[in-house]
Design a protein around this ligand. Sequence first.
Ligand SMILES: NC(=O)c1ccc[n+]([C@@H]2O[C@H](COP(=O)([O-])OP(=O)(O)OC[C@H]3O[C@@H](n4cnc5c(N)ncnc54)[C@H](OP(=O)(O)O)[C@@H]3O)[C@@H](O)[C@H]2O)c1
Length: 248
Amino acid sequence: MNDKVVWITGASSGIGEATALRFAKEGWKVVVSARRVELLNKLAENENIYSYPLDITDTIKIKEVFESIIKDLGKIDLCIFSSGTYERKSEKEISVENIKQVIDVNFLGIINSVSSVEKYFKENKSGHIAIVSSPVGYRGLPKSSGYTPSKAALNNFTQGIYFDFQKFNVRITLITPGFIKTALTDKNEFKMPFLKTPEYAANKIFEGLVNKQAFEIIFPPQIAIIYKIFQILPNRMYNYLISKFVNR
Ligand SMILES: NC(=O)c1ccc[n+]([C@@H]2O[C@H](COP(=O)([O-])OP(=O)(O)OC[C@H]3O[C@@H](n4cnc5c(N)ncnc54)[C@H](OP(=O)(O)O)[C@@H]3O)[C@@H](O)[C@H]2O)c1
């Protein structure tokens, strides 16, 4: 048992839920947020887990939830902002409405979340914010007119605030998972390479946040290697590879 408090958004399913259970198992007090109240309440039947329902696009509610957590649990040591949305079938053509909705959750919703704890962490000169984004944000991909750009913006935002928060002794971590079997990826109609379970992701996230110091937690290793290469490939080679192997 320890006295640490972690706030996890996107905890009603998938990576967020598995990560909540992992931290609770280690004796952390775990605050879980998302919109589906019944799933959060079920999760909160586990020891050390507390349900605080929330839509991260609601700028007023998110501040209220932050204040309730501080009032009820006394503090927050770590935030893991894992909320996200993806509707592959809406992304094949450019739908402005879909793109706005994806950006609203995946990018602006995470900014809301960070904003809700900014003053608290900076004044305390301690704290840790981890943002679940995606390696797909590093370069453009076909049939992903909203999701990939939202994660590109999020990767860039996370790296930017790393410097702004560093001055206040607040740690920022970027989490970039490869394919993990969740409701979000179950809609994919292609075979996902190196697919892993949410529990695998939760272990990597726990180890990376608690026992390591790197800015980015990227997994599995095959995806880490592929994306390190993708990041440095000239456009001509990247475009050729994606056209040949992905855009079929
Ligand atoms: N699975 C993968 O392969 C993969 C790979 C790279 C990155 N990611 C990222 O990992 C994160 C978690 O995704 P997942 O795979 O675990 O999918 P998931 O099971 O669908 O989880 C998404 C979570 O986000 C929450 N959420 C969605 N909109 C929200 C909103 N407006 N306010 C609050 N919470 C909201 C959902 O809860 P409610 O519906 O209850 O609100 C749910 O808990 C996402 O950011 C995703 O982009 C996933």
